[in-house]
Design a protein around this ligand. Structure first.
Ligand SMILES: *Cc1c(COP(=O)(O)O)cnc(C)c1O
Length: 400
């Protein structure tokens, strides 16, 4: 039954709500909760279904090639490479963390040297640096876009306790950093820059800065576990490839110490099916994001990432809330069976695993840890759930 939108704050809000067939979020807040409401999870990934994958599985049956760069993987990589500028190479990997580790390995940096990373990222960024035999140097991020800035790295070069040999920039939840500024830093300082664009499958379309993307189930293009490096540097791509396959390079001779991080034909089958539906999935993500934004227009305290759901899509909805409110808001939403997630928690530097590593001033990161919250979000989240989240968030923010 369509809800009358009497309490929508403006007529355009009312029209938008009605157009999206959403119930009235403000009205919901005045209705008593009569029975247990449906639990709303923080994330609800949706990967290609069995029917979509089946034609690719049949191709595996026919070819009897199951791994080691079979026809499906070759096709998957070339379709991925087609998303980047001409001449870009793609190297798939078992997951994004391995792709990042092996890319850092391939750069042949001085053992133990410092790699500048933002503390405000998923722990995988720092784990990859350490796994590559390097030392993370945790730096602060910009309060507006939540990403490392080149100036922060330039400053750090002056006070860092040891030589800095590279930078890993992180695309915050799928937003793109200023790539031109990072290329300028690379030119000025000679430092290699790697982009951890794990969540930025949608936005990452150039590969002049080596770019690592995750294909984990929770990311916007999910295959379960997987990841890839995109780069215009053919030599770097070849070295990373060699590292994923026992150090082999065209023969069975192991030239360098390496590992096995190859993606199988089965994972590639899911990847091809995911690419087949990407354009429509992307529109569905955009639609869900638009509904979130419409539902929250009456909540000026909720700040979306710049361009989120307009220019670009991602699989999570991390919003900025008033500083210090996150604990209480999270608790109150939980009380309504609405789950949230602090995707990057309080920053890497507070994890016991990284306690011993050097760091700069992290005051913005500490503020973000008290103000950023991942609201429930999913590709097919419906208007009713979105309205419930908006109503509950409104109550939580008003402290009632
Ligand atoms: C998800 C993520 C990773 C790790 O990717 P996996 O494929 O899960 O290994 C690394 N960095 C960031 C910023 C991420 O969001």
């Amino acid at each position: 039954m369509p809800t009358p939108h009497e309490s929508c704050p403006t007529s355009s809000h009312r029209e938008n709500c009605a157009a999206l067939n959403m119930s009235d979020p403000l009205a919901a807040k005045h209705q008593p909760i009569e029975f247990a409401q449906r639990f709303i999870p923080a994330a609800r990934p949706r990967l290609p279904d069995a029917d979509a994958v089946l034609p690719y599985l049949r191709r595996i049956d026919a070819a009897r090639s199951y791994s080691n760069f079979g026809p499906l993987l070759t096709e998957f990589e070339s379709r991925l490479a087609g998303r980047f500028e001409a001449g870009s190479k793609v190297v798939t990997c078992v997951n994004g963390t391995q792709a990042l580790t092996l890319t850092l390995n391939a750069l042949d940096l001085a053992k133990g040297s410092l790699v500048a990373v933002p503390s405000y990222t998923f722990v995988a960024t720092a784990h990859a640096v350490i796994a590559a035999g390097l030392t993370p140097l945790f730096l602060d991020v910009d309060p507006n876009d939540w990403m490392l800035r080149p100036e922060t790295v330039r400053d750090a070069l002056a006070w860092a306790p040891a030589p800095v040999s590279a930078v890993v920039v992180v695309a915050a939840f799928g937003a793109m950093p200023d790539l031109e500024a990072w290329k300028a830093l690379r030119e000025d300082t000679g430092l290699p820059v790697v982009l951890d664009a794990a969540a930025a499958f949608d936005q990452a379309r150039v590969a002049e800065i080596p770019t690592v993307i995750s294909l984990h189930a929770t990311k916007v293009l999910g295959i379960g576990e997987g990841g890839f490096l995109a780069t215009t540097d053919a030599e770097l791509a070849a070295r990373v490839r060699q590292l994923t396959t026992f150090g082999f390079r065209g023969s069975r001779l192991s030239d360098i110490a390496a590992t096995n991080a190859k993606l199988s034909e089965y994972a590639s089958a899911v990847g091809l099916a995911a690419l087949d539906s990407w354009e429509t999935d992307r529109l569905q993500f955009l639609r869900a994001a638009q509904m979130m934004k419409v539902a929250m227009t009456f909540l000026p305290d909720v700040q979306f990432q710049p361009g989120w759901g307009d220019g670009w899509v991602t699989s999570v909805c991390s919003v900025g809330l008033p500083n210090g409110s996150v604990d209480a808001v999270e608790y109150r939403l939980q009380d309504q069976d609405i789950h949230t997630r602090r995707w990057w928690d309080r920053g890497c530097h507070l994890n016991p695993a990284f306690a011993e590593y050097p760091r700069g001033d992290l005051s913005v990161t500490e503020t973000l840890s008290r103000s950023v919250l991942g609201l429930p979000f999913a590709i097919d989240m419906d208007g009713d759930d979105i309205s419930r989240v908006a109503a509950a968030l409104s109550l939580a923010l008003s402290g009632r």
